[in-house]
Write a new protein. Structure first.
Length: 114
């Protein structure tokens, strides 16, 4: 059985940067879709960015120009580079790989202080 392991995140001041990585292990094969979701305090989980296999990334409007999603299909990993972070970016961030299966990471906390 496969799992996704996330790393990165943490505490940063507004205007700072953070990087996430997501590594698929076990029986997870390369999936068509890689996504990063986030859940702000008191809100529902929402899609922040996605990148299809060999396709063009798509971003939530509030992160466009600040976040960059990428993937390495050979290594079956994903990444999210976040810049110019704002307090409203605070929340738990989740990696998801799906298409032929639906796999989620456990989530990693990001806190952006003003």
């Amino acid at each position: 059985q496969g799992q996704l392991v996330e790393s990165g995140g943490g505490l940063v001041q507004a205007g700072g940067s953070l990087n996430f990585s997501c590594v698929a292990s076990g029986n997870i094969v390369v999936t068509p879709n890689l996504e990063w979701h986030r859940q702000a305090p008191g809100k529902r989980r929402a899609l922040a960015a996605l990148i299809p296999y060999g396709g063009t990334p798509t971003y939530q409007a509030s992160v466009t120009g600040r976040f960059t999603i990428s993937r390495d299909n050979a290594k079956n990993t994903g990444a999210l580079h976040m810049t110019n972070l704002k307090p409203e970016d605070t929340g738990v961030y989740y990696c998801r790989m799906f298409g032929g299966g639906d796999y989620w990471g456990k989530g990693t906390q990001v806190t952006v202080s003003s």
